[in-house]
Write a protein that binds this ligand. Structure first.
Ligand code: ZN
Length: 256
């Protein structure tokens, strides 16, 4: 009997959310939800109904790690950073994104996310620049240099005698729009970064885009990501291509 129970348990168990990977904040949230649901069931049905809900809910949390689908994502998104840190979660942000931390992104256990205000300003800027087109001056401002001149037939610019190239029009549009918003906010240390550093920051910032800057199509993320929890480190996007215009937006083969 015991073996059978273990076998059933193993089948139900979701290793990505339990054991070592169990997320404490998610578990706490879910246990609270279960208690509330059980109380409601007791009141609406019978104490037996309440007990069924309680046992079922706690069982689900024990075996699967959570009750409400999507809690790991929700916790990371809505728990304030200090609370996550309280639960022993290490907040992460790539080195290249530090210069825009607090302005464009904030650190989270899953490697950071866009600040809502910046995200909407970035979207608006992308939309207006898509209409107006990207000028040489925009690119010069992005890089923090005096002059940039476009190379015909390519998404590339001559800057200080060297060539700077973008993956696609789409990638350039995203970067120019982000740089323009950042410039407007005018905060250190972004403003004092050199051209290479700016490029690196913008390239990593682009990974947070939800849709194609050029056509608004959804992005087909070629992820190596296998585990999706807020507790374990997961590998991230290698490539993102727009499903509609088939333009590549992100290509990063140096992901850890
Ligand atoms: Zn597209």
């Amino acid at each position: 009997m015991r073996n059978e129970l273990t076998a059933v348990g193993d089948r139900l168990r979701r290793p990505e959310y339990t054991g070592e990977n169990r997320c404490l904040p998610c578990t706490v949230v879910n246990v609270c939800l279960t208690l509330v649901a059980a109380a409601v069931a007791t009141f609406v049905f019978t104490p037996l109904g309440g007990l069924v809900v309680l046992v079922g809910g706690l069982g689900a949390i024990y075996f699967r790690g959570y009750l409400v689908p999507g809690t790991p994502t929700l916790t990371v998104r809505y728990f304030p950073p200090w609370l996550l840190e309280r639960f022993g979660k290490e907040l992460e942000l790539r080195e290249t994104l530090r210069p825009v931390e607090g302005v464009a992104v904030r650190a989270t256990p899953e490697g950071g996310r866009l600040i809502d205000g910046f995200a909407s300003a970035w979207d608006d800027r992308i939309a207006s620049m898509r209409t107006d087109g990207v000028s040489d001056d925009d690119v010069a401002a992005l890089l923090g240099v005096d002059e940039a001149s476009s190379v015909p037939g390519d998404v590339a610019y001559v800057v200080d005698g060297g060539l700077r190239q973008w993956l696609s029009e789409s990638a350039l549009l995203a970067d120019v729009a982000a740089a323009s918003v950042l410039e407007e906010r005018g905060r250190e240390p972004w403003t004092s970064l050199d051209a290479d550093e700016r490029e690196a920051t913008l390239r990593d910032l682009r990974k947070y885009l939800g849709s194609c800057p050029l056509c608004g199509g959804s992005l087909d993320d070629q992820e190596t990501e296998t585990v999706e929890t807020c507790c374990t480190e997961s590998e991230r996007v290698l490539m993102a291509t727009c499903e509609d215009c088939n333009v590549r937006l992100i290509e990063d083969l140096n992901e850890r």
